[in-house]
Design a protein around this ligand. Structure first.
Ligand code: ZN
Length: 230
């Protein structure tokens, strides 16, 4: 169980961006709730680096699996102008959380989808990254998750994996640290959420593991309906 494409949830730099003249970050950093897009907003989603039309079609099909549960619309375009900007070159899978994407310099991607379209986890990863882009956090970092991590094994695994190794700090941020329940809107912990990483038994103490969740769970649907009501 070593080939999972774990993702990194990116955070905007804490340094003020001199180009960010409207002071947007300060207003939005108060609560997680403020990371959401406006209800009924049409999210403009740009492909920055010309993936093939087949590749794009597959990304769009996976992303659109969220549409039945939200009031947002997606508009996919070419180029660098978009609320969300997707880069497909490279090996990293990552996304900013919700409208944090608006704080990113307009030439930079807000989502990386390095996973190859032929990979068995492609659809899962694309749905997962779009979950972040809609504002969903990692389910394994739910305050009630209480996964019995074997922390040293987890650090070792991530530091030594050949593609996209993670530092200890990055492991802390993306795996261990629960999200702050004062800032977050969330429902009960759900091991079937597509926002939950698969967890190999070798990374936990005792007998605890979680498979790759490949579909949007009932709880995921419920959360989306709650945050983007029609
Ligand atoms: Zn993730």
């Amino acid at each position: 169980m070593d080939t999972f494409h774990y993702c990194t949830l990116q955070k905007p730099s804490k340094e003020p961006n001199p180009k960010d003249i409207n002071n947007r970050r300060q207003k939005r950093s108060l609560v997680h709730y403020a990371k959401l897009w406006p209800s009924r907003h049409t999210l403009k989603i740009a492909f920055m680096d010309n993936p093939t039309s087949e590749h794009k079609k597959n990304i769009i099909a996976a992303a659109e699996k969220w549409l039945p549960y939200i009031s947002l619309k997606f508009e996919f375009v070419e180029g660098v102008e978009g609320d969300i900007r997707i880069a497909t070159e490279g090996v990293v899978n990552s996304s900013f959380l919700g409208n944090d994407a608006l704080d990113i310099f307009p030439d930079s991607p807000t989502m990386n989808l390095g996973i190859a379209p032929e990979h068995e986890d492609f659809e899962t990863v694309v749905i997962h990254e779009f979950g972040h882009a809609l504002g969903a956090m990692h389910e394994h970092q739910h305050p009630k998750a209480q996964i019995p991590w074997n922390k040293e094994n987890v650090y070792n695994y991530y530091q030594n994996r050949p593609l996209n190794p993670l530092s200890r700090n990055e492991v802390d941020d993306n795996i261990f640290t629960p999200f702050d329940d004062a800032d977050a809107l969330y429902l009960p912990y759900d091991r079937q959420s597509i926002m939950h990483h698969p967890v190999s038994n070798s990374l936990t103490l005792g007998n605890w593991e979680n498979p790759t969740n490949r579909e949007i769970s009932e709880k995921d649907k419920q959360l989306m309906r709650l945050i983007y009501p029609r």
